[in-house]
Structure formats: structure tokens, C-alpha cells
Design a protein around this ligand. Structure first.
Ligand SMILES: Cc1cc2nc3c(=O)[nH]c(=O)nc-3n(C[C@H](O)[C@H](O)[C@H](O)COP(=O)(O)OP(=O)(O)OC[C@H]3O[C@@H](n4cnc5c(N)ncnc54)[C@H](O)[C@@H]3O)c2cc1C
Length: 478
């Protein structure tokens, strides 16, 4: 069911409308299997055969601990059944409202808290405390994941009565509202300390994901006006980048709504210019393949990397805002988005994209992050990378990421693929941490946002069920 830490999340207010949308979509859309499989792409994307539900998947889950298997089976059972999913979404929507009485307060009602904790929370979130989050990070590393991508649920919650781009109600003076003293903006300050705390929960080789709109009204106002954030915000970003560098942690700048995105991408570009000086990217920017404009943004960033001699950190996603963005900015069909996604990822892997990668115009240094639950795209990228390594052809360093609690089948399939050196590809799980109260709205938004993935859980449910049956049979035979 759920997740993806990407909505600016200015509020919890969109939930009911969004819920209505998803209820309609769940009713009217039969199954994710109706989505087109990745076509033989005009840009040469290699085609990967889609696994039939349950046909080969049980062994994919063989390394999953039984407790995790049981929980995943329970959650995907609900997610893949619209008669269960719709009431579950309504319940989450109800619980995510602020100021609930004791009975429905997810932080104060111990009984409610423990039911949610053992089910949805543990499935999709890393922990409520430093210890819990660390334990979760370690658990995934023991399963073979290279590392964790962590974000903080609270950082993205702004005033829920948001009425303008800044996140404040109309008529409120941002300058007065945001200053904690003559010198500091309290929202930037809170964001800075919250993000540093998040960084404390991961270690060397892990990744911190940041959402710039989480830094409050003055920052979102600049972003909405297409301006780079203030010097104070850049100082906070500089502090994060320097600390991350010292600790061997990388930073991803998440992509958000188009309302803010041009300025977010410009900010990320400035950070990459400054911090990605060697052949390894400390900072990654996120590129949303569903936008018609993204190929030209990638081209521009490649040319800036070429001119500036820095490494481009290219995290490619399809995009999470299709329900709220201006539709004309987004590709007309899912097929077009798939093609754009595969074209960017595979172009990077071949070191040939948009005029770069020729004798006249060499391909700049680039580190790729393939962030997707789409089995076809992910496995096609992995196979292409492997083929090029085997053939001694030039390629780029690549890592893969899926969200915690989602598409485990894709993550575990990747982990079972051994490379030339016998080790699996670098697969990361991306999660969020925060108290139950902070995360419940996040869980709901993810459920609404990722409706395609919610429907795809039918396949995952069947595969998990088959693996469970296999384990039970094995026990009985003994
Ligand atoms: C690790 C990770 C990090 C992420 N970070 C971000 C981020 O920073 N910013 C962000 O916006 N998203 C982010 N996402 C979410 C991502 O953008 C997608 O919403 C989500 O992963 C679903 O896409 P998919 O590639 O997994 O595959 P699929 O499930 O195959 O694709 C679904 C996606 O296809 C697109 N789509 C669906 N229908 C249509 C249509 N009719 N026309 C055009 N396009 C269509 C939409 O983008 C939709 O989300 C992240 C995802 C992951 C796994």
C-alpha cells in the first residue's frame, strides 16, 4: 500500500479530496496489470519479460524474515482488495486529522497506537525513535541492502490551513511570522535541526533525502516565485552538505510540485556545482520523467556539469504529483512516461543522451540513481549496466531504490542478481521516520499518491502468499 516521501505535503487537507479520487479510481480501474508493460521502446530500451504472479516469485522472497513476510502479506492483502482498501483509507484519513479526542489520537491511545505500529507503521516507516530507526536500518542491511535513504516525516508538514504558496494564511506577514529573533527564521531553523537529527540516524554509505519546501513559508514563497532560497537557507544547506561529506552520507534533493520545482532544481544544481567535485556525487537532484520538460532540464544540467567539471547526481523518478499538477505539463500517456523514463536511465547508462557522448561532445561525469518500483524499468537498467560492464563498454555508477514496504519483489529480485564480481547491485530502501502522529498523514498521502503501486500489490500479494504456503509446506514435511 502506501508511500513515497515526495509530496510537499503542505498540509493534511488534501486528503479527503484525494481520497475521493482514489476511491473512484479503485472502483473504475480494474488492476495494475491493465497498465501497459514496458514496450519495445523507440529509444532502444531493452524489454524485460514481466513475471507472471507467483510463477517465479516465491524464491524471490526466500530471504525475507517470516515476521516481515506475515506483515507484508497482511498489508498487501488489504491493499490489493478494494473492499478492504477503501475502508482502510477512510480510517487513515480520519485518524490523520489533527486534534483528535483521546480515543482516536494515534499517539495517546496506547491500544490504537500499538495496532497501527505493528501493522502499517512497521511496514512503511523506519522508527519513532533513534533506536528504532537504527534497528530498522541495520535489519535491511542484514538482508543485503546496500543502505538506507531516510527522510523525516515532520519536515514536510506545514500549516494545514495553507492558503498561499508560502504556506501561511492570507494576510500574514511572512517577515514577522517567521523570525524567531532579528537574525533567524524559525522555520528554517527547525528544518535545519530536524534534518541534522535525521542525518544522525543513518551512517556512512547511507543517504539523506531532503524536501526543500519543508523549510517554511519564506522558502516556499521564494520557490513559488522561481527564486533561489535566501542566504540563510543556503547556509543551512551548506552546513548539511559539509556534515554529510564528513560522515560519508550522500544527500538527495527530492523533486516536488511544479509550483516549486524550477527553483528546487536550480538550488540542487548550485549544490552539485559546489559539492560534486570529484567523480562521486555527494548531492543528487531528482528528475521527474513524467514531465514533458524533463529531457531539456537533463540536457541543461549535463551541459552545466560539462562546463563546470562536476559530477551530475541524477536520480530519476516518474513523478508523484499527477493528481495535482497541471495535466498538460505531463506526458499524455503512461506509455510516454515509461519511454521517457527508460530513455533517460538507459541514455545515462550508455553515456549517450541528448547530443552528449560523441567524440565532439564527451559525456560528463554522472552518478545514476534509478528510483522506481517498475520491474521492467529497473531490471532493464540493471541488465543493460551488466551487459556493458561485461563487454567492457563505458557506463556510469548506478544504484537502485524502492520505498520501504513497497515493491519488495523488485528489491529482492535485484538483490538476487549477481554482478561480474559476484556481488549484488547496490539496492537501497527509502523510508521515513517520525512519531505515529507525524507519520499517519504521510502514510495516507502515500496511499493516495501511489495508486498504481497500490493496485500492483495484487501481484505482490499472490507471490507473498505462495512463499508463505511454501514455508508452511516445508514445516509440515519435517
Ligand atoms: C526511492 C524513490 C524515491 C522517489 N522520490 C520521488 C521524488 O523525489 N519526487 C517525486 O515526484 N516522486 C518520487 N518518487 C515517486 C515516483 O515519482 C513515482 O510516483 C512512483 O515511484 C511510481 O512510479 P514507478 O516508477 O515506481 O512506476 P509505475 O508504477 O510504473 O509508474 C507510475 C507512474 O507513472 C506515471 N503515470 C501514471 N499514469 C500516467 C499517465 N496516464 N500519463 C503519464 N504518466 C503517468 C506517474 O508518474 C505514476 O506515478 C520516488 C520513488 C521512489 C521509489
Amino acid at each position: 500500500m502506501f508511500l513515497s516521501p515526495f509530496r510537499p505535503v503542505s498540509s493534511r487537507t488534501g486528503s479527503i479530496n484525494s481520497l475521493k479520487v482514489i476511491c473512484f479510481q479503485v472502483r473504475s480501474n480494474t488492476s495494475v496489470t491493465s497498465l501497459p508493460k514496458t514496450p519495445a521502446s523507440k529509444n532502444g530500451a531493452s524489454q524485460v519479460e514481466t513475471t507472471k504472479p507467483g510463477a517465479t516469485m516465491p524464491s524471490t522472497f526466500s530471504s525475507m524474515p517470516t515476521g516481515m513476510l506475515v506483515r507484508s502479506l497482511f498489508i498487501s492483502g488489504i491493499s490489493s482488495n478494494r473492499y478492504l482498501l477503501i475502508p482502510a483509507l477512510r480510517l487513515l484519513s480520519f485518524l490523520s486529522k489533527p486534534d483528535r479526542s483521546y480515543l482516536f489520537n494515534v499517539d495517546r491511545n496506547i491500544f490504537l497506537h500499538s495496532i497501527l505500529k505493528k501493522t502499517v507503521y512497521d511496514q512503511f516507516c523506519a522508527g519513532e525513535t533513534l533506536e528504532e530507526t537504527n534497528a530498522c536500518v541495520q535489519k535491511f542491511k542484514k538482508l543485503g541492502f546496500k543502505g538506507f535513504i531516510l527522510t523525516y516525516a515532520k519536515e514536510v508538514v506545514l500549516d494545514q490551513k495553507t492558503k498561499d504558496a508560502s504556506g501561511l494564511e492570507e494576510g500574514v506577514d511572512i517577515a514577522i511570522e517567521t523570525k524567531v529573533s532579528d537574525k533567524k527564521d524559525k522555520y528554517i531553523e527547525n528544518w535545519r535541526t530536524g534534518t541534522l537529527q535525521t542525518m544522525d540516524q543513518v551512517g556512512q554509505g547511507d543517504i539523506l533525502a531532503i524536501k526543500i519546501s519543508g523549510a517554511g513559508p519564506s522558502v516556499t514563497k521564494d520557490l513559488a516565485n522561481g527564486k533561489l532560497p535566501s542566504a540563510e537557507m543556503f547556509a543551512a544547506l551548506d552546513e548539511l552538505a559539509s556534515q554529510a561529506k564528513t560522515r560519508g552520507i550522500r544527500i538527495i534533493v527530492d523533486a516536488e510540485s511544479q509550483h516549486f520545482q524550477a527553483a528546487i532544481a536550480a538550488t540542487a544544481l548550485e549544490l552539485m556545482r559546489k559539492y560534486n567535485r570529484g567523480n562521486e556525487a555527494l548531492i543528487y537532484n531528482t528528475y521527474q520523467a513524467y514531465l514533458k520538460s524533463t529531457p531539456s532540464v537533463v540536457q541543461y544540467h549535463l551541459s552545466e556539469a560539462e562546463k563546470g567539471g562536476f559530477t551530475l547526481g541524477l536520480k530519476v523518478v516518474r513523478g508523484a504529483y499527477i493528481l495535482s499538477e497541471q495535466r498538460s505539463l505531463i506526458h499524455d500517456t503512461k506509455h510516454d512516461t515509461d519511454d521517457a523514463y527508460n530513455s533517460i536511465v538507459q541514455g545515462a547508462l550508455r553515456r549517450q543522451y541528448s547530443g552528449f557522448g560523441t567524440a565532439a561532445r564527451p559525456f560528463p561525469s554522472l552518478n545514476l540513481l534509478v528510483a522506481s518500483h517498475n520491474r521492467d524499468s529497473v531490471l532493464a537498467a540493471h541488465r543493460l549496466h551488466q551487459d556493458r560492464v561485461k563487454a567492457g563498454l563505458a557506463t556510469v555508477p548506478v544504484i537502485y531504490a524502492q520505498l520501504h514496504g513497497m515493491s519488495d519483489e523488485v528489491s529482492f529480485s535485484l538483490l538476487r542478481e549477481n554482478g561480474e564480481d559476484g556481488s549484488p547491485p547496490a539496492v537501497y530502501k527509502c523510508s521515513t521516520w517520525g512519531t505515529m502522529g507525524e507519520c499517519v498523514g504521510y502514510l495516507l498521502r502515500r496511499a493516495v499518491e501511489n495508486r498504481d503501486a497500490v493496485l500492483r500489490t495484487k501481484d505482490e500479494f499472490l507471490a507473498l502468499r505462495k512463499e508463505m504456503a511454501r514455508r508452511i509446506r516445508a514445516r509440515i514435511h519435517f
